[in-house]
Design a protein around this ligand. Structure first.
Ligand code: ATP
Length: 237
């Protein structure tokens, strides 16, 4: 059974037709990579799923519930949590305060604290820096913090937008390893990446999007060997 089903989504920004019949699925427990060039519509797809932009057509269904017109808070409560591009940690708040914010919709504050401790278990570097201001962390640590904050919301499916952006290759590898560990714990992932190579290493499946729609999809292993993907997204190697 598919956990997330995006069916024929259309999104317009004024005169710009950003999504044109975008369809994809993310199965329970899967990591699915969404690849494509700048402006293809990857970010818009995530924003439409998380309720930040209103589609003019199509449907978003999560575990059988139609969330197409649901409010962003309801979508988070349903277990779909978006980590936007650019990390967006609160730079003057401490690491610990940033993580607590992830629990803003969790009524049971003891549960929030338990989740924060679990994040520290997964990310000891954050535990060591719990009192440090978010803005003083390295780029990689800020990305880990943004993902950690999302985990405190209790996701069943994470929407990750370009987690590798601006990070050195070794740091990219550790962010991808973190995504894999999170997935091992049962969280599904829809991963938007410019770094197709890194994404296809950890993904089970992937899609290539062009002009607001998927033009290719399949198991990650197949995409890695597909001449069109190699040519356009893997630097022809
Ligand atoms: P990138 O990797 O550059 O973020 P993307 O694949 O995520 O690219 P989107 O950001 O989803 O692409 O953009 C899809 C299209 O919609 C582009 O043509 C873009 O210029 C346009 N677009 C995105 N956001 C807006 C907006 N707020 N207002 C107007 N047009 C927008």
């Amino acid at each position: 059974m598919a956990a997330l089903e995006v069916d024929a989504l259309d999104v317009h920004y004024g005169g710009v037709h950003a999504l044109r019949g975008m369809s994809l699925t993310v199965g329970d427990g899967e990591i699915v990579a969404l690849l494509g060039n700048n402006g293809a519509g990857k970010t818009t797809t995530l924003s439409a799923v998380s309720g930040l932009v209103r589609p003019s057509g199509g449907r978003v269904v999560f575990d059988g519930a139609d969330l197409t017109r649901a409010r962003p808070e309801a979508i988070v409560r349903a277990g779909l949590v978006h980590v936007p591009e650019g990390r967006r940690v609160f730079s003057t708040l401490s690491v610990h305060e940033n993580l607590l914010i992830g629990g803003y919709l969790v009524r049971d504050k003891a549960e929030t604290r338990r989740r924060v401790e679990r994040v520290y278990g997964l990310l000891p570097r954050l535990a060591e820096r719990r009192g440090q201001q978010g803005g003083t962390l390295s780029g990689g640590e800020q990305q880990m913090l943004a993902i950690g904050r999302a985990l405190v919301s209790g996701p069943r499916l994470l929407l990750l937008d370009e987690p590798s952006m601006g990070l050195a290759p070794l740091v990219v590898a550790s962010v991808m390893e973190l995504v894999r560990e999170i997935n091992d714990e049962g969280v599904s992932v829809l991963l938007v990446e410019q770094n197709a190579k890194a994404a296809l290493k950890i993904a089970h499946r992937g899609y290539v999007i062009e002009n607001g729609a998927c033009v290719l999809g399949g198991p990650a292993g197949e995409l890695r060997g597909d001449p069109r993907v190699v040519e356009a997204y893997l630097g022809g190697v």
